[in-house]
Design a protein around this ligand. Structure first.
Ligand SMILES: Cc1cc2nc3c(=O)[nH]c(=O)nc-3n(C[C@H](O)[C@H](O)[C@H](O)COP(=O)(O)OP(=O)(O)OC[C@H]3O[C@@H](n4cnc5c(N)ncnc54)[C@H](O)[C@@H]3O)c2cc1C
Length: 448
């Protein structure tokens, strides 16, 4: 197969590296590519939405999986879909909704491939009810280093090593997913505007269980008694009866347009204290407390998908996302982390706080019971020091960072955050004894 030399980045655009990229169209072509890998190894890449470098492999091979784009079958009665791994969640939703079928786990963007969703074992706003993506995978076909196809299920250790294994156990080429049923493509949303972080977390803790989806946005510019003020939004799928008359005619409509693509023209420093304060004030004020509003997929789940390539707005230096989970009972550490961000002068607009439910069997899957917080921080002087301080806080509180969002921590920190990593390494070593699967992230964090 022809390989093209390409410079790749993650969504944060912080660490470009050049690799030979191939786009196989069949499983046999994936096997052929693996056989051609040299000592710089190979890694699968989906839609490049991980923020850092897990889907890059400097000087080696990268398998762009978007060529495996076939949905093999939809079983409406059993509520399952059998799909190639390069298919995006966006495409799946468009094909499934007419059958009243819904993917139980949806991240903050639909532009994620099935393989990438498995590789990071992604979570959504429904984690406290639905768990993470691999909790809904019935089986997957994994091509391992020896070119063999393994069909693995949740009974297999290899399944759980691949869930959240960041592409380092092999290439997922196909998966069978379990689905939920919905009457409509809309949500019935309760919004609460809350004046400070303590009250926001208290409110979110009280009756999250009544809602399928739950998430808070919080303000990183508010100080003093308004520290961490925010907007709590929680929702359930709207039933047909919930919809206003004009929406009832087409209740399963995929109502989620992309309106424009952001051009690559932004200078560094566009997002500063002044612009961030103005944005946060506006965002806070525009969402007063209101219960029972009907919102479409984009409004409630994926507002960012209205804009294509919005990461360009951060300018050429790029940005990183800092996402941690800190166990329940350490709310003091969550509050301290917000205070540290405010004091540092680093600003973020997309600030998310959510409560995770139980984790699963995977040694590297990120979610565990606790508070997960995510902020998008533009790269500028002093950011490394802030993040190092946050790492220490997260470690002391017994928390961890999310590999799909990670781009700058140390191997020592990851080793301490993921105490079952050796268990994962053992399963991986059994199927890839010579270590052909490797990525920039795997080298940087000494994962394998
Ligand atoms: C705006 C935005 C919002 C997001 N919101 C969330 C969120 O709410 N929750 C969440 O969990 N994540 C979220 N993410 C992160 C995203 O869901 C994950 O990074 C996901 O892995 C990206 O999938 P991808 O197809 O782009 O994979 P890539 O970024 O290309 O790759 C990610 C990892 O998956 C591996 N991989 C990809 N395809 C395969 C394959 N076929 N076989 C084996 N391994 C493979 C890669 O090797 C790599 O390690 C968000 C990202 C963005 C940009």
């Amino acid at each position: 197969m022809d390989a093209e030399l390409r410079t790749l980045v993650g969504w944060g655009r912080t660490a470009p590296s050049t690799a030979r990229v191939v786009v196989p169209r069949t499983v046999q072509e994936v096997i052929d590519v693996l056989r051609s890998a040299d000592e710089r190894g190979v890694i699968a890449r989906g839609l490049g939405r991980a923020y850092g470098d897990p889907a890059q492999n400097a000087g080696g091979l990268v398998i762009d999986m978007t060529g495996l784009d076939r949905i093999h079958s939809i079983d409406a009665e059993a509520a399952t879909v059998d799909t190639a791994a390069g298919v995006s969640l966006d495409t799946l939703m468009r094909r499934l909704l007419p059958f009243g079928l819904w993917l139980p786990v949806l991240p903050g963007t639909r532009q994620v491939s099935v393989g990438g969703a498995i590789g990071a074992d992604i979570h959504g706003k429904a984690h406290h009810v639905e768990g993470s993506f691999c909790d809904h995978v019935e089986s997957m076909d994994l091509v391992t280093a020896d070119g063999q196809i393994h069909t693995v299920t949740p009974d297999d250790d290899l399944f759980w090593a691949t869930a959240g294994g960041m592409g380092l156990t092999g290439v997922v080429v196909r998966a069978k997913l379990k689905l939920n049923r919905v009457e409509t493509a809309y949500f019935k949303v309760d919004t609460d505007q809350i004046d400070n972080l303590d009250d926001l977390m208290a409110r979110q803790s009280v009756d999250d269980d009544k809602y399928l989806e739950s998430v808070s946005w919080f303000d990183t510019t508010a100080t003093g008694k308004h520290l961490g003020r925010g907007i709590l939004t929680r929702a359930n799928h709207a039933t047909l009866d919930d919809l206003p008359k004009k929406l009832r005619a087409n209740p399963l409509k995929f109502d989620a347009p992309q309106l424009l693509t952001i051009p690559n023209i932004f200078p560094p420093g566009m997002l500063n204290k002044l612009t961030a304060r103005a944005f946060c004030e506006l965002w806070y004020r525009k969402s007063p407390t209101r219960h029972g509003a009907i919102q479409n997929i984009t409004m409630f789940l994926h507002p960012l998908d209205i804009l294509g390539e919005w990461n360009r707005a951060y300018g050429p230096r790029g940005f990183l996302q800092y996402q941690y989970v800190i166990p329940f009972g350490r709310e003091d550490a969550v509050k301290r982390s917000v205070q540290m961000m405010v004091d540092s002068g680093h600003v973020s607009l997309l600030n998310v706080l959510k409560r995770f439910g139980e984790g699963n069997r995977s040694p590297l899957s990120f979610p565990e019971p606790g508070w997960t917080l995510a902020v998008d921080l533009p790269v500028r002087r002093g950011l490394a020091e802030l993040c190092a301080g946050l790492d220490e806080l997260v470690l002391t509180a017994g928390g961890r960072l999310y590999l799909a969002k990670e781009s700058r921590t140390t191997p020592e920190a990851i080793e301490r955050m993921y105490p079952r990593i050796d268990e994962w390494r053992k399963v991986r070593a059994d199927v890839d004894p010579t270590g052909i699967f490797v990525s920039d992230m795997a080298r940087r964090l000494r994962l394998t």
